[in-house]
Every structure is written in C-alpha cells, then in structure tokens.
Design a protein around this ligand. Structure first.
Ligand code: SAM
Length: 234
C-alpha cells in the first residue's frame, strides 16, 4: 500500500491541499472524493453518523478513523477514545489534531476490549469480501465488554445495478455478492494498489450477525439506501 489516502490527509492538514482524491470502482466511473469532507465537523456529518455519536458511550474504539473527526468530537465530550487505522498518514494527522490514543493498527490485530466500537463511512468496507464478514464480526465480538455495542453503517448498493430504461437489474447471479467492489484510488497522478471494498445490505449483515451470536438492530435509515446498525452480544 502506498498510503496515498494518508498522504492526501497529511497534505490537507499541513496546508498543501491543491486537489482531491479520484476514486473509481469495478462498477462505476471516476469520481472525486473531496478531502475537506474527510475533515467534516459534527454539523457537517450525515444524520447516521451523528446518531452513532449520540449513542456512543464508555471506552470507545474508532476503527478506520481516517482524519479522526468522530474521535475528536467524542474526546472533546470526555469519552475515552482510541483511534486506529492501517494508514500511517491518517494516524499522523489524527495525532496532530489532538487525539490522545491513536495507533497504526489493523482491526484484526486489536486486542483491548471496549464498550462501543465504531465503524463509520461504510464501516463494512473494511471486511473487503462477503466471505470474510463472519471472521471480522467474530473478532469484533471478542473485543466487546459485557453489554458493549458495535455501531456500523453501510448501504445496499443494488440500485447501482438498475437499468434506467426498464427498471430491471443487471446483477450477475453467478458472480460473488453484488456489494463486493474493486476500489481504485489516485492522488496527484499516483495510483494506489487496487483494494477490495464491501457494501453490505442490512439483511445480509443481520444474517451473518445471527450466525456468530450477535444481535443486529436497524437504528436508522439514511436517504439513499444507507443505514446504521447496532450489534450486541446475544
Ligand atoms: C472510508 S475511510 C473512513 C474514515 C473515517 N472513519 C471517516 O468516517 O471519515 C476508511 C478507513 O478505514 C481504514 N482501514 C481500512 N482497512 C482497515 C483495517 N483492516 N483496520 C483498520 N483500519 C482500516 C482506511 O485506511 C481508511 O482510513
């Protein structure tokens, strides 16, 4: 990984913001990801994220913290927060912004336990593939304190396969799950290694939760097939 995402966050943090990140996926064309959006304040966050922050309590882990907006907001409210990310650049930014506990770490290497675990801005993306959801959920479950909760958002992206003319869907039923995408990112002319990124619909998330002994509650639906879910030990 070249960590172009982290590089973009560092550029913004250090006043060198000149252009946005360009993303594309196996099913969609190029699109801009505005870097200022990654530094959004509470008031600029989608309702689903605001709701997740309102429900957060106790020792909290922010998984894939990015530029750390959620962590900072919670830390300012007096909540103990640990922010982790696999991006070195992101963790440097988060530390510069004042998050006290921040570490370069893959979620699968985390071993402490928490009352709240946050995975926000398509939190299921980190699972990469439908076949890995139970492995990640089982690990996240092992990090929960008694009565702890996991707050995670995602979207059902079936709409991206809709034929605008006849309203039908062109999903290949022989292929892997339709929410599994290859994700490409370029920044300042450099190309990141291709990544896998998973959008998981609520019903599939719930089914896999049940299979690993977690309950899965739909907390809130967004305006565009997106949702926030709360998972707990059964
Ligand atoms: C879409 S960004 C979301 C950033 C932030 N949560 C936000 O809402 O702005 C996803 C983040 O997850 C991080 N990430 C991806 N896989 C991870 C893993 N296995 N463990 C920890 N972080 C991961 C990426 O480096 C990236 O910063």
């Amino acid at each position: 990984m070249k960590d172009l995402f982290g590089k973009a966050l560092l550029d913004f943090q250090n006043g060198n913001y000149t252009e946005d990140i360009i993303t594309s996926t196996s099913i969609s064309d190029e699109d801009e990801l505005p870097i200022p959006y990654l530094f959004r304040s509470y008031n600029e966050m989608p309702k689903l994220e605001q709701k997740a922050l309102q429900l957060t309590q106790g020792r909290t882990l922010d998984v894939g913290c990015g530029a750390g907006g959620h962590s900072l907001y919670l830390q300012d409210k007096g909540i103990y927060i640990k922010a982790i990310d696999i991006s070195k650049g992101a963790i440097e930014v988060v530390k510069q912004r004042g998050v006290l506990q921040a570490e370069v770490k893959d979620i699968l290497d985390e071993t402490e336990t928490f009352d709240t675990i946050l995975l926000l801005m398509n939190g299921t993306g980190i699972f990469q593939e439908a076949s890995q959801v139970s492995k990640y959920l089982t690990h996240l479950k092992s990090l929960l304190n008694p009565n702890g909760q996991i707050l995670i958002d995602s979207s059902d992206i079936k709409y991206m396969y809709e034929d605008e003319e006849d309203g039908g869907f062109w999903i290949d039923t022989n292929a892997e799950y339709y929410g599994e995408l290859d994700y490409f990112l370029t920044y300042k002319g450099e190309e990141e290694d291709a990544m896998k990124w998973l959008y998981l619909d609520f019903e599939n998330l719930k089914m896999t939760c049940e299979s690993v002994g977690l309950s899965c509650e739909l907390v809130l639906e967004g305006e565009h097939f997106d949702y926030l879910a709360r998972l707990k030990n059964k």
